[in-house]
Design a protein around this ligand. Sequence first.
Ligand SMILES: NC(=O)c1ccc[n+]([C@@H]2O[C@H](COP(=O)([O-])OP(=O)(O)OC[C@H]3O[C@@H](n4cnc5c(N)ncnc54)[C@H](O)[C@@H]3O)[C@@H](O)[C@H]2O)c1
Ligand SMILES: O=C(O)C(=O)C[C@@H](O)[C@H](O)[C@H](O)COP(=O)(O)O
Ligand SMILES: [Zn+2]
Length: 361
Amino acid sequence: MHCLNVELGERSYPIVIGSQLLGDPQNLLPYIRGRQVCVVTNETVAPLYLPQLLAALADFDKVDTIELPDGEAFKTLDTVNRIFDLLLERRHNRSTTLIALGGGVVGDMTGFAAACYQRGVDFVQIPTTLLAQVDSSVGGKTGVNHPLGKNMIGAFYQPRVVLADMATLTTLPEREFSAGVAEVIKYGLICDETFFCWLEGNISRLMARDPQALAYAVDRSCRDKAAVVAEDERESGRRAILNFGHTFGHAIEAVQGYGAWLHGEAVAAGMVMAAELSRLRGAIDAGLIDRIRVLLEAARLPQAAPAGMLTGEFLDAMAVDKKIVDGRLRLVLLRALGDAQVVDDTPKALIEQALRHCGAV
Ligand SMILES: NC(=O)c1ccc[n+]([C@@H]2O[C@H](COP(=O)([O-])OP(=O)(O)OC[C@H]3O[C@@H](n4cnc5c(N)ncnc54)[C@H](O)[C@@H]3O)[C@@H](O)[C@H]2O)c1
Ligand SMILES: O=C(O)C(=O)C[C@@H](O)[C@H](O)[C@H](O)COP(=O)(O)O
Ligand SMILES: [Zn+2]
């Protein structure tokens, strides 16, 4: 077990990475200030890991659990309202702590509920998917989807601790594991060339969930993300690079219907689109795109738009992107391997060309 720190002044917190962490009260007690807790999880994760966690919480005065329905389609205000209902019915006060036990969907909604309930209560992230361990549990972006756009309602709200128990990844389905690898590859592309090269040499070990390769990938991803977040907590500048591939990816998620493509799958295809656009602007060469495609192939991730998705559907959905300023679409593109930048002057025709190269019709 080891710890990394997300350095955010008085909102700093540790990311604890290890195995068999969630059953040990000592990993949680130092971060929970009151005597009340509410575990938020879902119907899939609860039977797998809730009993272990509840055993670790046995000494609290009030321990409640809410099991949400599973799936991206349930990442909504209505579902968050169910958390508020339970907290109020069970008289949780301002000293309560919410504990998110699950993937990014549970984590994003629990964090948002914590940000809003009685104007803010503590929360803890216990991520149980690869994607949540390497990305969503770190950095304090919380929120829900809206039919018109992904993560459109939310708040920046940091957890008190992230407990990444890698033992939970043993039960993760293959497709979900691959989705997490997409965000891992993202770090290499945007800010960590050495990591990208390591991934090229170790992708088979990673996909086989070799414990050492997995531990290295989780640790390195969390370090990369924590460094970017520490520099720009509320995305006024550099943090936008963590959105590489996401403007396209979010369009896929919204247009296909939330949950049809997994977030990581949509981001994978979106990263190829963003890389293709970077090439059309003359920033990178075709060789790098080939290298990205080889990694995505090995990770069993998509590299093109969903069959039949129209360039117009992409552009319409992208028009509500949260990075837009003064009506200008801002895209995260590559300057080189390991070096991303935000660009706000990409001609629409070039975007359409990149989309068509990547299978949009
Ligand atoms: N806040 C952020 O910074 C951030 C970053 C990246 C992604 N996200 C969000 O995260 C969400 C995607 O997260 P995700 O990929 O974890 O999806 P998810 O939360 O839907 O979890 C994936 C599936 O795996 C199941 N599951 C979870 N843990 C399991 C385990 N240990 N064993 C077996 N099954 C398990 C879940 O029940 C679900 O069916 C998206 O909504 C995305 O927008 C947020
Ligand atoms: O932490 C960030 O910043 C990210 O952009 C990480 C992304 O992987 C993540 O999907 C995030 O939720 C996207 O945020 P959004 O602001 O584009 O909705
Ligand atoms: Zn993402």
